[in-house]
Design a protein around this ligand. Sequence first.
Ligand SMILES: Cc1cc2nc3c(=O)[nH]c(=O)nc-3n(C[C@H](O)[C@H](O)[C@H](O)COP(=O)(O)OP(=O)(O)OC[C@H]3O[C@@H](n4cnc5c(N)ncnc54)[C@H](O)[C@@H]3O)c2cc1C
Length: 478
Amino acid sequence: MSDLILFWHRRDLRISDNTGLATARKQSPKVVGVFCLDPNILERDDIAPARVTYMIGSLQSLQKRYAQAGSQLLILHAEPTQAIPKLAIALKAKAVFWNWDVEPYSQERDRTIIEALKEKGIQFLEKNWDQILHSPDDIRTGSQQPYTVYTPFWKNWSSKPKAKPVETLENAEGLTKAEKEIAEASGVIELPSAKDLGFHWDGELVITPGEAAAQERLEEFCASAVNEYQEQRNFPAVEGTSKLSAALKFGVIGIRTVWQATLEALENSRSDETATNIRTWQQELAWREFYQHAMYNFPQLAEGAFRDPFKNFPWENNEEYFQAWCEGRTGYPIVDAAMRQLNELGWMHNRCRMIVASFLTKDLLINFQWGEKYFMQKLIDGDLSANNGGWQWSASSGMDPKPLRIFNPASQSQKFDFEGEYIRQWVPELRSMDAEYLVTGKISPLERHAVGYPDPIVDHNKQQRLFKERYQQQKSQT
Ligand SMILES: Cc1cc2nc3c(=O)[nH]c(=O)nc-3n(C[C@H](O)[C@H](O)[C@H](O)COP(=O)(O)OP(=O)(O)OC[C@H]3O[C@@H](n4cnc5c(N)ncnc54)[C@H](O)[C@@H]3O)c2cc1C
């Protein structure tokens, strides 16, 4: 066996602040990266072109970072349970290290790979967490149960000391020429483009791929917008949030680095008000972690409703309504603006994610899993835990003590897009209409037809009554 440690990147496309990679480098000077394009993931029907494009761009940048450090990032495109052990055996690697993931598929895949490595006496890292600040096994209620409610989770989670960023891989030995030939014979390929993989995204990405861009975005956000985050994050027409979600999903930036930046911002804050804004952003980072812990502890979340009344809920699942929702043609301006933003950018503002999710489930009476899947097909930041968490929260089927939250599209627009700026940006046929009509949605059929904008496909008040009735019925039966 050689000194080689293969470091398998998955949701940690960076060489800075990477716990598993830093451990590998401590144990050997010879560390080579590997990324496996997994057909089990890429061939699913919920993969967004924007997401793959961002991932490939970040892999390109990771390859450059490895080259600068003196090593390589190898690319495979094959079933990982076979390809990873095969490469490790061919290169006589002494170890394959990687960072653990919360998703059910990843855990199953990793267990299979661990068995194959064990058989050959190749070392691995047991349960090394990197993408979250605390292990899901460590944050427990007084009776040692995982949390199902966010507020007590936050209290416990935020009271625990957080690890500092770990050191960047500055230098490492790579493969020799002979080893490179062995790697190629074992399936290593050139990094394909997203188009080569069948994913076409010609638009601009909401965030530039790669570590440097994510770091820059973090610094920029922490120097300015974070100071007004609490209020500004609610207005979809304002650039009030970090847009770091894709970088966090793929681990293009380390969560310890992000947390450290919030602590520095707190230290530099000049007023209680600013500090409150920064703490609010910290709470959003904790939501991300809450949903990841939830997915790890309750993997059944990925399969459907968490709460009983929703397990057999009589959804109507009207295909035409669903199509209108997907295309931004519901006749509700704020809903349509949001869906068109999603279709065009591969990203949607959080306030609008909540509005459209409530609309799909409470107004259109469509199973939240349809919306969950559509989001995954479009989002650059699409992430099982966060997306499922957001959808189950909006549908009232998940971990939430307030089951009957129903968003009224008109009052949401009146509060958060009162000048209709966001609506005008994304629904251009309504551009010349007064804000009053845009936000209330009280646009006459004549005016709608004149500009080619549809009539409302359902009546909000009627539908929400219907939803409540069905919910009460289900509740009484469970
Ligand atoms: C129906 C629905 C679906 C969602 N799907 C996803 C998804 O697939 N991927 C995803 O990353 N987020 C998802 N979210 C959460 C949230 O909308 C996005 O994280 C946020 O809009 C990303 O923008 P940002 O990076 O500017 O966020 P910021 O406001 O700057 O927040 C910072 C980071 O905290 C995390 N975060 C913020 N809010 C949440 C939240 N409610 N839940 C979990 N993490 C959060 C994200 O990593 C985000 O990048 C969803 C929310 C809803 C209501």
